[in-house]
Design a protein around this ligand. Structure first.
Ligand code: SF4
Length: 181
């Protein structure tokens, strides 16, 4: 019988949530026995080969490429899990939502204290993904089945959620795994 497949992707995040997944330490050996990996830090595939049973997404949507990647990922995941505060509510990148986009560009490329840009030009190569008007959490772009809060969620939290899903149990995490004080 084929094993369930899992995949992960990172949008506007810092890869800290992926590091937390890798932080399950020796349990990674058990995981490798239980599942096959599609796109993930284990094999470094750049695109999901799909379809998979469980997908983890880290980071919110800050630009058009994030949206495309997320939509493709959603299409290929039976269950999609938003992992970490950036995926769930935009996290630190969403701080720019309080400032008009034009001012963000000015600060980053024209007038910022560490910027040297005599022409005052803002990068506009077609290869650079366009920024969205604001940073969006994943569930505002596609349907998300579960949210695992934390910045990042602990390895134990990720392991508990994954174990529940792989054994067809309800994902009911104890308070200790979802409190942050
Ligand atoms: S939630 Fe924290 S660790 Fe995860 S991507 Fe965002 S900043 Fe990085």
């Amino acid at each position: 019988m084929s094993k369930p497949k899992i995949a992960t992707t990172s949008l506007c995040g810092c890869f800290g949530c992926h590091m937390s997944l890798l932080d399950i330490d020796e349990r990674i050996l058990k995981l490798i026995e239980l599942v096959d990996f599609d796109r993930s830090p284990i094999n470094d595939l750049k695109h999901i080969q799909g379809p998979v049973d469980i997908g983890f997404v880290e980071g919110g949507c800050a630009n058009e490429e994030n949206v495309k990647v997320l939509q493709e990922f959603r299409k290929n995941c039976r269950v999609l899990i938003s992992v970490g505060d950036c995926a769930i509510n935009g996290g630190i990148p969403a701080m720019r939502n309080m400032v008009p986009l034009e001012e963000c560009y000015e600060e980053a490329f024209v007038n910022g204290p560490t910027v040297v840009n005599p022409t005052g030009e803002v990068p506009n190569d077609v290869e650079i993904p366009l920024l969205l008007d604001k940073v969006y959490p994943c569930h505002e772009v596609v349907k998300v089945d579960y949210h695992l809060p934390g910045g990042p969620p602990s390895a134990d939290t990720l392991w508990a959620a994954l174990s529940a899903l792989l054994t067809d149990q309800p994902v009911e995490l104890p308070y200790e795994l979802v409190k942050y004080d």
